[in-house]
Design a protein around this ligand. Sequence first.
Ligand code: SF4
Length: 253
Amino acid sequence: MQHIVALSGGKDSTAMALWLKENEPRDYQYVWTPTGNELPDMLDHIVKLRDLLEAPILPVSIGIGLIEKTKIERMLPNPRARWCTRKMKLEPYYRWLGQQTPCVSYVGLRADEEERQGMVFQQGNGITLRFPLREAGMNEADVWQFLDDRGVVIPARTDCAICYHQTLGEWWRLWKLHPDLFEEGVQIEVWISELHGKQYTLRNASRDTWPAALADLRKEFEKGRVPPRTVQQIDMFRGERRTMTGACRVCSM
Ligand code: SF4
């Protein structure tokens, strides 16, 4: 019987994996589903986690990155067409999991989020689901305390660098800290827009009064404009002890 722990790098799955190692030691197969568009902090976190778990963390992916896949799909990911999660995370993971039976699949859902399903994992056909955080009665505060007690720091963002779901402040932070990744977002918007002869943007133009296109947004940032509350956000997350939006709930498993 295989014991499979799906990791997103977020607080819940990180705490679950460490809790299992401490409380139910056995050979686990750790797995994550990268899109190739992760932030450096996230990649560092996976490496540190691998060291803490003293076991490899298997990447399950489609073999190409989010930017390349966007060109194949000829469409930017967006809330109404969230193909990125489905095609780059859920489907490859389901395929892989279906080949590991019989197995127990451990899912990092907490006791205080009974309504949340996370990934719609397959059950049956040799796959048994377990929810260790719920079984242990751990809520969000317990999870943070567990991680703090062990000195484990969760990256401020665990979702994709160019995720359409991020806030304006997160885009500013991406531009400021990772201009190369921001530029990839600019270029993919230009590529898709030229392909269809119409402007498409990752940001939703109706969310605020700032330019939607990343190329135009960057011009505003370069002029010194900083989105409201961004500086406070950075102060707040200095030390990287809390996730910023947690917006991508499925992607954070
Ligand atoms: S983090 Fe955002 S861009 Fe990445 S797979 Fe999830 S929804 Fe898509």
